[in-house]
Design a protein around this ligand. Structure first.
Ligand SMILES: [Zn+2]
Length: 419
């Protein structure tokens, strides 16, 4: 078997001929000369193939997946030609790589698969590629493998914002309650930042949406009322509980400031995590801390009870929830804790949406889990140079994308490659 045939079999590239192989021993590099199987060039803009003469050509290299210790490159003189359809000079498309990429599709698939599962160090070490470059690779993979929005049938969605870059910038995220996947992400946190998503749904898609969950921020509320008038707005329980946690923390800080005694203040500072933790998860010594708190600092303990009582409202059956919430609102308003009086007012204003969340049985866990996952991803995306790359990483890791690996290729799927 000739060396060209050996490499054609090894690489198993679709629609690709192997013309020659060159070894650069000192650099531990192999260059494989390839060409598209079809001789007429394909336009990278419109995808049409024409039998036309080329305008000029230029030798290019594409990095492929390593072969043991060898770095492997594909080499080809890429042609430019005058596309009769686009009526301009275009670069030809090649079957082994995305347009304008210097990596093969196999290389990008493996890199993206790793980025979906592992951190920066693992991806960088395994693929020998810089992290910002991974951002660009992931973007191309998501464009290629991601499900188009129109294909996803959406009935119940959640919209949320996340901050990145030390909280100076924001993304808006749309998730599907039924699959638990992110379906869209875009820059900004204003109502208008949702427009590209809403546009892409089309009239029919917008009418299909029955329910939208969100936090109590006015920007999203107004936008959804304007563009999805048929949808019910509900407020995510985990956002509401988070506001109660913030209120507890405010009370704690006030109490720390008010204390003259240094030792007592320090002891109070240390109660933070106990107060915010779910009681079911408390360790025995933490329960002990709480019972001491009940004796020494009544206001803070009251704040804690208020927070837990609000959490309990979301566990009520829908029929009892309203009564329980009203009782909670009454308690909050006379609690003599300013942060809970304010929270009570906010909740009263948004009561319908909070009760709707209970009525429609929106589970707290799913979107909250997704939220935490996205936060971790945004830390991992630090070092990417664009919001687009972060958006792509979020979509890669949270939208249920299935990336095909080179080893998934069925033998014989491209008879020419195996010949
Ligand atoms: Zn064209």
């Amino acid at each position: 078997m000739s060396i060209n045939s050996v490499f054609r079999r090894l690489l198993a590239l679709q629609e690709t001929r192997v013309l020659g192989v060159e070894f650069f021993v000192a650099a531990m590099m192999i260059c494989v000369d390839v060409a598209p199987r079809r001789r007429n060039p394909t336009c990278s803009r419109c995808g049409r193939r024409y039998s036309v003469g080329s305008y000029d050509s230029d030798s290019r290299l594409w990095r492929h997946v390593d072969l043991g210790p060898w770095e492997l490159y594909l080499r080809y003189r890429i042609r430019r030609f005058l596309c009769p359809h686009c009526k301009t000079v275009v670069t030809e498309a090649v079957p082994w790589a995305e347009f304008a990429s210097t990596f093969t599709r196999d290389f990008e698939d493996v890199t993206s698969f790793l980025a979906q599962q592992a951190n920066q160090t693992v991806v960088g070490r395994t693929m020998k590629v810089a992290w910002p470059t991974v951002g660009n690779i992931v973007r191309r993979t998501v464009n290629r493998c991601g499900l188009p929005l129109r294909a996803a049938k959406l009935y119940r969605i959640g919209v949320d914002e996340i901050s990145y870059r030390k909280h100076h910038k924001y993304l808006s995220i749309v998730a599907d309650h039924d699959t638990g996947h992110v379906v869209w992400a875009g820059k900004g946190k204003s109502g208008d930042s949702l427009d590209p998503f809403l546009d892409s749904l089309g009239e029919e898609g917008r009418r299909a949406i029955r329910l939208v969950s969100m936090d109590m921020s006015q920007a999203y509320i107004s936008k959804v009322r304007e563009r999805l008038p048929l949808a019910i707005i509900v407020f995510d329980p985990f956002h509401v509980v988070k506001l109660a946690n913030d209120a507890v923390d405010k009370v704690r800080r006030q109490q720390v400031r008010a204390l003259k005694d240094k030792a007592e203040a320090t002891a109070l500072k240390k109660t933070r995590w106990v107060l915010l933790k779910t009681p079911e998860d408390l360790q025995p010594w933490e329960v002990e801390k709480l019972s001491v708190l009940a004796k020494v600092n009544r206001p803070l303990y009251r704040a804690y009870l208020l927070k837990e009582a609000l959490r309990a409202v979301f566990r009520e059956p829908p029929a009892k929830a309203e009564k329980r919430l009203d009782a909670w609102l009454a308690w909050a308003s006379r609690s003599r804790l300013p942060s809970f009086v304010t929270l009570g007012r906010t909740i009263r204003q948004h009561k319908a949406g909070i009760l709707a969340a209970i009525e429609h049985g929106l589970s707290n866990g799913r979107l909250e889990g997704l939220n935490n996952k996205i936060r971790l991803i945004s830390h991992r995306a630090y070092g990417f140079h664009s919001a687009e790359a972060l958006i792509a990483l979020v979509m890669l890791c949270c939208s249920g994308i299935d990336i095909p690996l080179p080893s998934d290729q069925r033998p014989g799927s491209d008879p020419y490659a195996i010949m």
